[in-house]
Structures are given as structure tokens and as C-alpha cells.
Ligand binder design. Structure first.
Ligand SMILES: Nc1nc2c(ncn2[C@@H]2O[C@H](COP(=O)(O)OP(=O)(O)OP(=O)(O)O)[C@@H](O)[C@H]2O)c(=O)[nH]1
Ligand SMILES: [Mg+2]
Length: 664
């Protein structure tokens, strides 16, 4: 959502150093957590945030006019050892998509239920969303207690408890308040503080990532974006990447809680002033990330959990809205689960093909909404962020793989990515997982300790695949020798194109090296051959070679054309392809020298010529010769003189100076 606004209080909310990379402040600095409101329209979410913080999170004129929240708003509260950033969401069913732009990054949910209305449709929908997003902590706040009698309040409390039974909120505090009279607000603050103290730290295993929920221009500053920093840290002056566009941007300034800071930590609501980009180029749903680590993708394999009250099963070819980070993107579903549908209340694997690129990594949560009418039908987790289209007969194997990816064993997850690819670099692993280098190394170490994958010049690849490639190379080379017994070997380029087109270059080198070390292959400049390969000629071919050589030797510097040479060697027109192979043998062994195009000379003739030139230089006074004198000395016509002189220049026997050649 773009607008021109002040950066003031609305853009920030709080934080929590998830103690990323040993932040020294943990214990000294207050903990920062993000609390999201949730609940039906008009149930008093915004009023509650104001009663707690004094801040009106409804910042849009239209919100003030209509008395409803339309887009997410922000406020912060300092409770001493806990600093809370509130993300206040709209309850209106039409604005659930805005709610989702803020809900993805929260630590704690405050599920707001008005005492005079009790549990309503968006109470359930927001609560479902929190469960599907994996929110682990929260509390239930019953608002507007001033409007009802005690017995009704007890009824509402009972309904609320019924709603959350069996969920992460089962044992959460239920606090009744009136934002109008202030009753219960202090008790709520105490409960929020306790929630802040208990909230688990953000994992420091992931690279910096900030899903952008707002972008605007601030006069005098330029582009400003805001969002919840879900992983890593962002410091003033550093370079980041704006995805999916892939543009490099510079961090000119960072704000947390409305105040400038040198560095923001995972779990903080963060405002960033960016250089190198216009606000108009940025929109909600884009992601700021450490450069070169994450990549846009359009096909992902996922695990889906359908809501029990989804109106129907999820089916292949269904078009859905996917809310991922702060983004909403359309996608087509391909169900991979058995039975080719995922029924309400069930979970299963599926592939999502997005209509535009997204940023996603292993484990990222998302929400699924039906296309029309838009309502929440389920959610899930990203498993393979760079999936391929699967053939029907592969689906069983795909399911087994996705099961591994849905687990928590990182070495197994890494192996699974590797086994499914033609070799992955560390950077490819990073793009799939969002893991920091240390985490990738640790997982790779564990995975390499097994037999299944190997490290080929820095690229991870399955041992099985390497063996397959080795076999393919040996077979291709053997077939070549059989087909072309007179050829020295198989062109490496052809080999690479045929068998390694989709593999990183390192794999090709590693496979050839291994085959060479094991003694199976010999690698020469541009060819490889089987070690055992020799070019034993038949008697007929040996005679042919002799005749051909003789044709060139006798012609000396009046080199024959190829067809003349073939004719004098008795090679018929039909046998010319064979003749060329014999000719190649003479070239390979150095008997013939290619001077230009198809002009070949016998080595002895060229050696004679060099000797004559040097003798000429020794006789003369200036060690140089012009073209007419050269023709005479060599006894040749101009047709040969120029190519020969150019050849001699290349061989550094002569050096051209104007019209003359200096003999070196
Ligand atoms: N009497 C009474 N009125 C309240 C209380 N809390 C909120 N209200 C009123 O209820 C109405 C809606 O409150 P909001 O805070 O805007 O509700 P909301 O949940 O933010 O609504 P949306 O953001 O549109 O979903 C406003 O008129 C508030 O003044 C309360 O505790 N007591
Ligand atoms: Mg509101």
C-alpha cells in the first residue's frame, strides 16, 4: 500500500532481538515482541490498542470517517523489560487480505471478542489464520465488558473457551476489559508483559528477510518501507536486495519504535529508508533480503492443511489466492495427495504454480483463500520452493520426498534437495532454505557423513547421480571409439553438452577428474579417450597413410590441394571421408601441418624452408627479406608465399615490418 505519509509513530512497532548472532543486549535490552490483534469487525481491536498505548492505529482518513479499520496499523508500548509492537488488523471480511499482510510476522495474538456479540465469523476466521500461520502464543481479550451484565459475560467467556479448546490458546489467559472505562487494562498489560517474557526468541538460523507491508515517500528522505523483520538484522549503510525484482538497494536509515537505530533485529517492526530505488517501484508483498541469498520462484511444492469448515475439497486446477509473507498471489493448484483432492479438515501435499514470482523458502507459512468468494480455506508450509512439474507416475516418489522435507532433520532435507537435482551449489541450498552459511555447512557435514551425497568441487550431488554420469561418459567415449577408431578421442564440449547440460560446470570437471584418476580415461586438451584406446591401423590404412604422406612430401612447398593429394594417393571420391580421417592422423601426429584453411604442408618441407631463410639471413646484411625474394628463395608462387609467410610470422620465424619480413 502506497501513500505519502509521515514516518511517525504509525510505522513502527516493536521488536525482539531474537538474540540473532549473539546479540549482546539480550538480558540488558528489553525484549521486543510483536502482538497482532485479531477478531471480528467492530469488536474493539483498535480501541483496545489505543487504551493500551494511547495511539490511534487507524491512520487513514477513510478509516476515521467510517469508524472501521481498513488496513493494518501500528502502535508500540514500552513495558520496561518488554517492548511491544502492535499490529492492529481490520476485522471486516473484505479486508482479510490486509489483515494477512500483518498477521504473518506476529509472535503473540490478542484474540479480541466483544462481550455484546461474542464469537462471530471473523473471530473464527482470524483465529484459524493464526493457527495455520503457526502462531504459538496469545491471549483472549473480551472487550466492551461495560456493555453487558455479568451472566452474559460468563456466557461469552464460555463460548470463547469453547472456540480455542484444543488449540494453542487452550490455556491462554482470558481477560475481560472495557476500553471505554479502562477496566481490566492494567491486568491486560500484566498479561501482555508475561506473554512477552515467555515468547520464544526468533531463530538466528535464517538470513535477513523483511516482507514489505508498506512503501511510501517521505519528503526529504525518499523511499521508506516498513515491515516485520522476520529474520536476521538490518544495519544502516548495508546493501540489500529487493525481491522478486532483484534490484540492489542501500539502507540509508533504520527506525524501530519511531526512533533511529543503527541496527534492527529479527522480530522488530522496522522502517527502512532506502537509497537506489523509488517508492513507486516498491509495493506490499515484495521482500528485502540479504543480497544473493533468496531467489524468486513460481512453482512450489507445499503441505496443505484444509480448514474443517472449508466449503469443499481442494482440487487440481483450482485457482486460489495464496498469502505468503505480506504478499497475495494467485496460483493454480495441483494436488499431489492420494485421492487427488484434499478434503476439508485434512492435510496433504500439493504443488502451487504462481501467476507471478514470489519469494519463498522451506518452512514458510502461507494462507490459502478461495478465489471467489474470497474466504480462508486452509494454509500450509512451503517444502520445495523450486519445484519441477511432476509427471503422474512420479507422484508417489514425490510424496516420499516431500515427507522428508516436511520433517525437521536438516541434513535429510538438504540431502533430499541434492538428490533431486543435478548438483546443487551452497547458494542453491540457501535459496531453497533461507539458512545462514553456518547452518548450511552443519547440515552439509551431516549429510556428507552418509553415503548418499558427495561434494564435487564444492557442488553437492548424489553419489548415485555421479555414478550415472560416469557410466554415461564411459559409454559415450567407448561408443565413439567404436564408431571412429581413427579418431583420437571424444570432444569434451560435445560430452558436456550431451550429458551435463543441466549440471553446474563443477560436476563435469569432477566426473572427468575422477575417471582420469581411476585410470579409465585420459583427458587431453579438448578431447577425452579411453586409456586403452590406441589407433592401430589396418594394413590397408597404413599403406594409405604412407601414400598420402608421400604425396605431400614429394610436393614439398608446392602443397597439393586435398583432392589432389587424395588423387595421387589413389583415394577415390567415394572414399574421401575415410581419406580425411587418415589425413587427420597425419595432422595429429605432426607429420602434416595446417598452414591455412585446407592448405597442408609436410613438416619436412617447412623445416627446409626455415633453414633456407636462416641461411639467407646469415648471408645478408640486414636479416630481412621481401615477398619477391622470398618467392624466389622458396621456389613458390604468390598463392603459397603469403599463407606461408603468415604461418612463419605465427611461428615467430619471421616478423613482419612493412613490406618486409625480418628473419628472427
Ligand atoms: N462501550 C464500549 N465501546 C467500545 C469498547 N471498545 C470499543 N468500543 C467501540 O466499538 C466501536 C468499534 O471499535 P473499534 O476499536 O473501532 O473496533 P475494531 O475491532 O477495531 O473494528 P475494525 O477494525 O473495523 O474491525 C467503536 O465505536 C468503539 O468506540 C468498549 O470497551 N466499550
Ligand atoms: Mg480497528
Amino acid at each position: 500500500m502506497r501513500n505519502t505519509a509521515t514516518i511517525k509513530p504509525s510505522l513502527t512497532a516493536p521488536p525482539q532481538p531474537g538474540c540473532p548472532s549473539g546479540d549482546p543486549g539480550v538480558g540488558l535490552l528489553p525484549r521486543s515482541i510483536i502482538i497482532g490483534t485479531a477478531g471480528h469487525i467492530d469488536h474493539g481491536k483498535t480501541a483496545l490498542v489505543r487504551a493500551l498505548t494511547g495511539i490511534d492505529a487507524d491512520r487513514l482518513p477513510e478509516e476515521k470517517r467510517r469508524g472501521i479499520t481498513i488496513d493494518i496499523g501500528f502502535a508500540d508500548l514500552d513495558l520496561g523489560d518488554v517492548r511491544i509492537g502492535f499490529v492492529d488488523v481490520p476485522g471486516h471480511e473484505r479486508f482479510v487480505k490486509n489483515m494477512l499482510a500483518g498477521a504473518h510476522g506476529i509472535d503473540v495474538v490478542a484474540l479480541v471478542i466483544a462481550a455484546d456479540e461474542s464469537v462471530m465469523p471473523q473471530t473464527r476466521e482470524h483465529f484459524d489464520i493464526c493457527r495455520l500461520l503457526g502462531v504459538r502464543q496469545g491471549l483472549v481479550v473480551i472487550t466492551k465488558k461495560d456493555l453487558v451484565e455479568e451472566d452474559l459475560l460468563q456466557l461469552v467467556r464460555a463460548e470463547a473457551e469453547g472456540l480455542v479448546a484444543g488449540s494453542f490458546l487452550e490455556d491462554a489467559p482470558v481477560i475481560t476489559v472495557s476500553s471505554r472505562t479502562g477496566e481490566g487494562i492494567d491486568e491486560l498489560k500484566t498479561a501482555l508483559r508475561a506473554a512477552g517474557q515467555q515468547a520464544p526468541s526468533r531463530s538466528s538460523d535464517f538470513v535477513t528477510r523483511l516482507p514489505i507491508d508498506r512503501a511510501f515517500t517521505m519528503r526529504g528522505f525518499g523511499a521508506v518501507v516498513t515491515g516485520t523483520l522476520i529474520a536476521g538484522e538490518i544495519s544502516e549503510g548495508e546493501e540489500l536486495e529487493l525481491l522478486p525484482a532483484g534490484a540492489r538497494v542501500r539502507v540509508r536509515g533504520v527506525q524501530v519504535h519511531g526512533a533511529p537505530v543503527a541496527r534492527a533485529f529479527a522480530g522488530q517492526r522496522t522502517a527502512i529508508n532506502l537509497g537506489g530505488v523509488e517508492a513507486a517501484e516498491i509495493e506490499r508483498g515484495m521482500t528485502l533480503a540479504l543480497p544473493g541469498r533468496l531467489r524468486p520462484t513460481q512453482i512450489v511444492d507445499v503441505q496443505v492443511q484444509m480448514l474443517a469448515d472449508a466449503p469443499r475439497a481442494l482440487r487440481s486446477r483450482q485457482r486460489v489466492r495464496v498469502h505468503l509473507g505480506a504478499a497475495e498471489v494467485f496460483a493454480r493448484v495441483r494436488v499431489l495427495a492420494e485421492g487427488s483432492e484434499i478434503k476439508p479438515g485434512k492435510n496433504g501435499f500439493a504443488q502451487l504454480r504462481f501467476e507471478s514470482p514470489v519469494v519463498a523458502a522451506l518452512g514458510d507459512r502461507f494462507i490459502l483463500r478461495s478465489y471467489s468468494p474470497s474466504r480462508t480455506i486452509g494454509g500450509g508450509r512451503i517444502l520445495d520452493a523450486f519445484a519441477m512439474k511432476h509427471r503422474t507416475k512420479e507422484v508417489t516418489a514425490v510424496r516420499a520426498r516431500l515427507k522428508v522435507l516436511s520433517g525437521s532433520d536438516r541434513a535429510a532435507q538438504l540431502s533430499s534437495f541434492v538428490e533431486n537435482a543435478n548438483g546443487l551449489r551452497r547458494a542453491d541450498i540457501a535459496a531453497r532454505t533461507g539458512w545462514r552459511d553456518e547452518v548450511i555447512e552443519a547440515a552439509a557435514r551431516d549429510a556428507l557423513a552418509g553415503e548418499a551425497i558427495v561434494d564435487a568441487e564444492g557442488v553437492l550431488i548424489s553419489r548415485e547421480r555421479v555414478d550415472e554420469l560416469k557410466r554415461a561418459v564411459l559409454e559415450a567415449v567407448a561408443a565413439h571409439h567404436k564408431r571412429e577408431p581413427l579418431s583420437r578421442g571424444f570432444g569434451k564440449e560435445i560430452l558436456r553438452e550431451r550429458h551435463f547440460a543441466h549440471a553446474p560446470a563443477e560436476i563435469f570437471r569432477a566426473v572427468l577428474n575422477q575417471l582420469e584418476q581411476s585410470g579409465a580415461l585420459v583427458s587431453e586438451k579438448e578431447i577425452v579417450r579411453a586409456r586403452a584406446h590406441t589407433r592401430d591401423l589396418s594394413d590397408a590404412d597404413a599403406q594409405l597413410r604412407e601414400r598420402l604422406e608421400k604425396a605431400y612430401r614429394n610436393a614439398a612447398l608446392s602443397a597439393p590441394s586435398m583432392s589432389e593429394a587424395f588423387a595421387s594417393a589413389g583415394i577415390s571420391a567415394a572414399a574421401q571421408p575415410h581419406g580425411r580421417k587418415i589425413l587427420q592422423l597425419l595432422i595429429d601426429s605432426g607429420v602434416l601441418v595446417r598452414v591455412a584453411g585446407e592448405m597442408f604442408f609436410h613438416r619436412s618441407a617447412l623445416d627446409d624452408l626455415t633453414r633456407k631463410l636462416r641461411a639467407h639471413a646469415a648471408r645478408g646484411s640486414d636479416r630481412s627479406i621481401d615477398v619477391p625474394a622470398f618467392k624466389e628463395l622458396a621456389g613458390i608462387s604468390r598463392k603459397y608465399a603469403i599463407p606461408l609467410l603468415e604461418y612463419l610470422d605465427r611461428q615467430r620465424v619471421t616478423r613482419r615490418e612493412g613490406d618486409r619480413r625480418v628473419i628472427l
